[in-house]
Design a protein around this ligand. Structure first.
Ligand SMILES: *[C@@H]1O[C@H](CO)[C@@H](O)[C@H](O)[C@H]1NC(C)=O
Ligand SMILES: *[C@@H]1O[C@H](CO)[C@@H](O)[C@H](O)[C@H]1NC(C)=O
Ligand SMILES: *[C@@H]1O[C@H](CO)[C@@H](O)[C@H](O)[C@H]1NC(C)=O
Length: 359
């Protein structure tokens, strides 16, 4: 499901090293800069739908040890649900170059009246007991089957702009919250498919070592230095093959549980299971395993603390070209270009030239 785990964010930091590490899914033409036409030319996609070369990404989770080191949490299968009306003509597919963000990386507190904060939930999974839902990373609670980070995207659109300066104000949540109501606000009249992204996190083994953690009550920290989960967010960039999503929203109504089988049976898209699709690194930096600090040196900012979107003054080199591959390891990798530079405000070396499941 994951094509790469890197400090890349073509929506927020195009062409630059991003402020924090993301776990990235979808089309293999994910780059420091990308767009819909380029994504459509992807060699492969980690989506179970072959025609979906969109990218979906969210921050990576780490466990912080007493000595300050971090270990990345493994096992990140992701399910992307598309929810939409059974009535043809009601739902508008995403236009080309559409992109959006749900959630805010700098948040460290909870406002329960805010739909964007309601959009983020965490399931403490217990497959042989009771699974409980939280609005933050579960504290002082064992989740024996892991944690699932969930996020709803806004599903009402202004009908005009494929993006906006904050990557949010061209879209809005439904009238009743992130998952209920209609697109009643006249400024956002168009109903988009509602994207609901669920990322599984294999936290149990590390949680069992919590006595060795910096904070034994809640040992996990998101890549932007967030130990609360309130800063959880996700990004979407449209990469569906031309015309396919229109057919999906008009004709693909399998059952209420979101099983997409009948859509592939009807030839609307191609369901692919079990394959892998990954890309080689575009940034010369280790992002998984045990690390002395969070990539980008992001400080851990606790509950009610004031976080900022940092861009580390020292940035690693870029690697080019980037290759897509489908097996366990790539047959070729790029070369480091440019140098680690000291600058304020991000990278100054030259960026590379190249650069789901419907209901
Ligand atoms: C910190 O502790 C962890 C877990 O014992 C270990 O893997 C890591 O190497 C240590 N880091 C340093 C800098 O000693
Ligand atoms: C909480 O969110 C609501 C809805 O977005 C907003 O009107 C209100 O000002 C927020 N409260 C605080 C304390 O930020
Ligand atoms: C789309 O992205 C690719 C890769 O970064 C780039 O080569 C191309 O110029 C972009 N196209 C447009 C229309 O911006």
């Amino acid at each position: 499901d994951v094509i790469t785990t890197e400090r890349i964010d073509p929506i927020v930091s195009p062409g630059q090293v991003a402020g924090h590490v993301h776990t990235i899914m979808g089309g293999s033409n994910f780059r420091l800069s990308t767009n819909t036409s380029f994504l459509r030319q992807s060699e492969c996609t980690s989506s179970p739908i072959k025609e979906d070369n969109s990218n979906y990404w969210a921050p990576t989770l780490y466990f912080q040890w007493k000595n300050g080191s971090f270990t990345s949490v493994s096992g990140n299968p992701v399910i992307v649900d598309y929810l939409f009306s059974d009535t043809p003509g009601v739902t508008t597919p995403f236009p080309d170059d559409f992109r959006m963000i749900s959630g805010t990386p700098t948040l460290r507190s909870y406002n329960g009246s805010d739909y964007a904060q309601q959009a983020v939930t965490f399931l403490c999974l217990d497959f042989s007991g009771t699974t409980t839902k939280y609005n933050q990373l579960p504290e002082n609670v064992d989740c024996p089957s892991g944690i699932r980070a969930q996020i709803n995207f806004p599903s009402c659109w202004d009908g005009v702009n494929s993006d906006s300066v904050d990557h949010k104000s061209h879209v809005a949540y439904l009238s009743g919250g992130p998952d209920s109501g209609t697109c009643a606000d006249k400024k956002y009249p168009k109903t988009l498919p509602r994207i609901f992204m669920e990322m599984y996190l294999d936290t149990a083994g590390l949680y069992a070592q919590r006595s060795e953690a910096m904070n034994p009550a809640q040992p996990f920290v998101y890549a932007m230095g967030d130990p609360t989960g309130y800063g959880y967010h996700a990004d979407f960039m449209m990469g569906w093959k031309a015309g396919v999503l229109q057919n999906v929203v008009d004709k693909c109504h399998c059952n209420e549980f979101g099983d997409p089988t009948c859509c592939s049976d009807a030839g609307i898209f191609t369901f692919q299971q079990g394959g892998t699709c990954r890309i080689t690194k575009a940034i010369d930096e280790t992002t998984t395993g045990t690390l002395p600090s969070l990539p980008g040196n992001n400080p851990v900012v606790p509950l009610n603390g004031k976080a900022s979107n940092l861009v580390a003054p020292v940035t690693p080199a870029f690697i080019e070209p980037v290759y897509a591959y489908t097996g366990d390891s790539p047959t070729q990798t790029g070369k480091a270009v440019g140098q680690a530079v000291t600058a304020t405000g991000g990278a100054t070396s030259t960026p590379p030239a190249v650069t789901s499941t419907p209901a």
